[in-house]
Design a protein around this ligand. Structure first.
Ligand code: NDP
Ligand code: 8X3
Length: 250
């Protein structure tokens, strides 16, 4: 039984920003329902927070349906949806673009977010008030060489968020996009397919944000009075002025 009727669903809660957001929302009094593919890690977080972990692969419609059906049966409604599951894969120029990487990014960051949102909308509409928070990125309005698949997917997240804001206008459902700059999570390790040296070089000589920094912003956004909609929030480390301009100490 949830100890709060304020249900918050976080996708991609097995690490990084999603895990930190689950912690933040729990501390703010929500009952958290967490989804991701790595069940061992997901369940450990859910257990620790006294929440519910459910397997979820946002690339798989059947998995999204099972995730949604379990939430509908157990809780009946959802107040907060954090669409966080996502990744970058590779950093090659378009000419050398890897098909599998492009498909994975589009299916996860774009189709996954669309499908999870569509599945969850009936549950969000059952709550007295609700809030959808999409994890975009500064890559949703800036670009960089090698980033074409990822930046295209995050530009799409921006379009989706703005469209939802229009389509849900008049309903008690807030829509927000969080657009982080560099956050040290497993993001770069995933992008470079487990190459720890390449991943740590990304943050060499500068202090990146942490997952907890972004969670802090998300918790702030969802705890504003119900009539206040923060449409978007851009958050970068102080050392990063644009996606390509980063001050590093040697
Ligand atoms: P992490 O790699 O630490 O976390 C990504 C999360 O997404 C994991 O929990 C992973 O879980 C989940 N995920 C990936 N694919 C799927 C899938 N098919 N189905 C379900 N869950 C999935 O990275 P971050 O925490 O940094 O990334 C979170 C979000 O923040 C992403 O959308 C990312 O694009 C965005 N972002 C990150 C920035 C950064 O610099 N780190 C900056 C701007 C935005 P599992 O593998 O267990 O399924
Ligand atoms: C992640 C930020 O700069 O790697 O969304 O694209 S970046």
């Amino acid at each position: 039984m949830p100890d709060s009727d304020r249900i918050a669903v976080v996708t991609g809660a097995s690490s990084g920003i999603g895990e930190a957001t689950a912690r933040g929302l729990r501390a703010a009094g929500f009952f958290v329902v967490l989804g991701a593919r790595r069940e061992d890690r997901l369940m450990a977080v859910a257990r620790e927070l006294g929440g519910r972990g459910l397997p979820l692969d946002v690339r798989d419609l059947a998995s999204i349906d099972a995730f949604t059906a379990a939430i509908a049966a157990e809780y009946g409604q959802v107040e907060i949806l954090i669409n966080n599951a996502g990744l970058a894969a590779g950093l090659q120029p378009l000419a050398q673009g890897n098909d599998d990487d492009w498909v994975q990014m589009m299916e996860t960051n774009v189709l996954g977010l669309l499908r999870v949102t569509r599945a969850m909308l009936p549950l969000l509409r059952r709550a007295p008030r609700a809030h959808i928070v999409n994890l975009g990125s500064v890559a949703g309005f800036e670009v960089y060489p090698g980033g074409v698949g990822y930046t295209a997917s995050k530009h799409a997240v921006r379009a989706i968020t703005k469209t939802l804001r229009l389509e849900l206008m008049g309903e008690p459902i807030r829509v927000t996009e969080i657009e982080p700059g560099m956050v040290e999570t497993e993001f770069s390790l995933v992008r470079f397919k487990g190459d720890r040296e390449k991943a740590s070089n990304v943050y060499q000589g500068m202090q990146p944000l942490t997952g907890a920094d972004i969670a802090d912003c998300i918790v702030w956004v969802v705890t504003r009075p119900p009539h206040v909609n923060v449409d978007e929030m851009v958050v970068r480390p102080i050392a990063q002025a644009t996606v390509r301009d980063v001050a590093r100490k040697s």
